[in-house]
Write a protein that binds this ligand. Structure first.
Ligand code: AMP
Length: 189
């Protein structure tokens, strides 16, 4: 199964993704993690990538697609994948659809996790204290939420038109959110 997980930063995607990849036995492809790994290397590319992440802005679509495509070519992705934090723009969604179509594959489902803005900010500020992520400060959080609303939220319509969208209420306990997600997965298997 191939699915896309859409949700603003702080919605709880990370927690739910861990459970979901275990349930479905598919790899977890988080572009945030991939880009943070690139950022750690001491290269010109890493400094360029860091400039986007640290400002809370999106890295260029084709760069992200190239990193994802490399992963998708690996053996572990033959039976599917969970895309976390990707696609983040309509262009990325189109690039992913085109890439999969070229391979004779397709996405099965897009899952949107919904959480109110104020709750997101509180969760992200709390995470900043625990994890110390450079991009979890107040200004960057605001910028990332703005980017989500303007660039990523339109994806839900894109996938709704394809009949692939499922929406889950993220303002519930983690266990209840996962129960709802499992029910969505069953509808698209
Ligand atoms: P995340 O861990 O998913 O919140 O991503 C952290 C940061 O990595 C984002 O704020 C962006 O700067 C960058 N990033 C992650 N995924 C993407 C993507 N699909 N397209 C562009 N930039 C991304």
């Amino acid at each position: 199964m191939r699915l896309v997980f859409i949700g603003p930063p702080g919605a709880g995607k990370g927690t739910q993704c861990k459970r979901l990849v275990e349930l479905l036995n598919i790899p977890h492809l988080s572009t945030g993690e991939m880009l943070r790994a690139v950022k750690k290397q001491e290269t010109a590319l890493s400094r360029w990538v860091a400039s986007y992440i640290d400002a809370g802005r999106l890295a260029p679509d084709h760069v992200v697609m190239r990193i994802v495509a490399q992963k998708l070519q690996s053996e572990e992705c033959v039976n599917g994948a969970l895309f976390d934090g990707f696609p983040r723009t309509l262009i990325q969604a189109q690039l992913l659809d085109d890439y999969l179509a070229d391979q004779g594959l397709k996405l099965d489902m897009a899952l949107e996790l919904k959480v109110e803005e104020e709750e997101l900010i509180q969760r992200l500020l709390k995470r900043a204290q625990i994890d110390g992520r450079v991009d979890d400060n107040y200004d960057t959080i605001r910028e990332r939420l703005h980017v989500f609303h303007t660039q990523t939220a339109p994806l839900t319509e894109y996938y709704a038109k394809q009949g692939k969208l499922e929406v889950v209420n993220g303002m519930q306990s983690a266990d209840q959110v996962f129960e709802d997600i499992k029910a969505c997965v069953e509808r698209h298997r």
